[in-house]
Design a protein around this ligand. Sequence first.
Ligand SMILES: *[C@@H]1O[C@H](CO)[C@@H](O)[C@H](O)[C@H]1NC(C)=O
Ligand SMILES: [Ca+2]
Ligand SMILES: [Ca+2]
Ligand SMILES: [Ca+2]
Length: 643
Amino acid sequence: MRPARTALCLRLTLALGLALVGPMAVGWASARAPIYVSSWAVRVSQGYQEVDRLARKFGFVNFGQVGGTQIDGRRREDIFPDGQYFHLRHRGVVQQSLTPHWGHRLRLKKDPKVQWFQQQTVQRRVKRSLVVPTDPWFSKQWYMNNEMQSDLNILQVWSQGLSGQGVVVSVLDDGIEKDHPDLWANYDPLASYDFNDYDPDPQPRYTPSDENRHGTRCAGEVAAMANNRFCGAGVAYNTRIGGVRMLDGTITDVIEAQSLSLQPQHIHIYSASWGPEDDGRTVDGPGILTREAFRRGVTKGRGGLGTLFIWASGNGGLHYDNCNCDGYTNSIHTLSVGSTTQQGHVPWYSEACASTLTTTYSSGVATDPQIVTTDLHHQCTDKHTGTSASAPLAAGMIALALEANPLLTWRDMQHLVVRASRPAQLQAEDWRTNGAGRRVSHHYGYGLLDAALLVGLARSWLPTQPQKKCVIHIVHTRTRPAGEALAPIPILPVMHVRKNVSACAGHANSIRSLEHVQVQLSLSYSRRGDLEISLTSPMGTRSTLVAIRPFDVSSQGYNNWIFMSTHFWDEDPRGLWILGLENKGYYFNTGTLYRYTLLLYGTAEDMTARPSGPQSATAPPTSWATFASPTARQGTSTTPSRR
Ligand SMILES: *[C@@H]1O[C@H](CO)[C@@H](O)[C@H](O)[C@H]1NC(C)=O
Ligand SMILES: [Ca+2]
Ligand SMILES: [Ca+2]
Ligand SMILES: [Ca+2]
């Protein structure tokens, strides 16, 4: 499909090939389409020489007789006594394909000497035992050691022979202790750089307070080595791991953009746990270069399949921050990850917002268990916390999915994550069922990410059709070319702006199934944090674009700010969209709406017609979100801008 991908493809298919040779143990989830490999069984009665002729003629390699291997000098003729079955492979055929090779099928069919043939498919065989790493701290890794009923389901994936082989992840943070005993073997200098000191070595700067331990901790969650008698195991323990040191110094648009576009043909997944201050009053996002880095990443990175940017949703829960006021996590190009505690509660640091796609485990109150990972000074810790602990877990799970299917695009992966996330036992007051029948929450996105579901779906996923973008200008006070100026709209205490939308029907960019929806707003408001903004889709899904933020007393309003919601995923966008503006604070607030643009992203395909995902039809019990007591909150410290 995309020629630039060849090199990457080769390397990854090699890894896949290896996985296939081993005791292949795949898929316990749903029934799937067969996956064809570059291997044929043929029956030719005239024997070996005739098969050789056939192989030469069609460009196959003759791997010999099936059952004809010599053991102790004796032929194993008991299996196929007539000696007529042969194994052919073709080097010019992709290692794995969802369709049989029609050309070879036709040629073999036409050849009179071929009595029977069959292109081989991947046989899904489940190993009956789980592969459990022997690392001494693995027993403490509660979120993946099968101790709890709804863990991240990672043992299931390891037991299929997947461990992130061939995948490259880079952690953008404060450095990485590359000689750490649980990281060194997976450390990848090509996926690393130091943009604080401009040198290739991302080793953290050591200080008495060990403030630069964050990147090393995140890296271990992804790629700590397994079965080496040290610490625990990373989610994708054979993934190559790099670190970009960029948070330990002055951060600029240039440094962010350089970090996010480091080696985009080599690094497949970037994991980032930083952003604007989580103080509950900032509205800020990437600069012009960084936005371009995201755009280039998804269009040109990974051989054109698109770089995967995994982002922590934010730690501003204590300040009632909203991750939709953070332009990194709410970008359609980043896959935003929230947190839940072991008990399935909303953690005290968690930020709710409409752009979060999925959730993994992390810390909670002081009595909740935390995340086990590598630490500075060749140590191991069981005290890693916050949403910054959640994003790398998701990055590791996505690495496993990429090993299972290296050809997934950045949008494929978001579709898969939507389908592989489950409400499970996660508690929130706002679980709703959207128009595509999926439960979604502002605290958790589509719920807890399940690695086995993700990998199972990834194996048989048919590529998502091209992204369509439909832009609808609903309010604009710009002077039109004709000279007609539209008057700004005063914002009433409760106001709804309705628009019946065709979603570009009849045009090339007509959308049948939604992915991301953006709302771009320019408005003034006397106290920005008091204004709650919501969007309701034609299918009746109401998504809060921003909830009240009591600390945001700014009178600056929103200046072309883009809010994003993932809650309408796979819905049909045609019909009435309602933007809701509501004063939830100071009675005398006033404001003016200058501009409102609705940006719909999606595809022409009806995605709901595809086999349904893992979403359970039975609704789990919901309850009110619980927050830790203020005293317990002090147990965990977070640094602004790092998560
Ligand atoms: C929206 O417009 C379409 C086409 O004009 C019409 O059929 C439909 O009834 C309208 N829907 C609403 C809710 O007004
Ligand atoms: Ca350095
Ligand atoms: Ca280990
Ligand atoms: Ca935030």
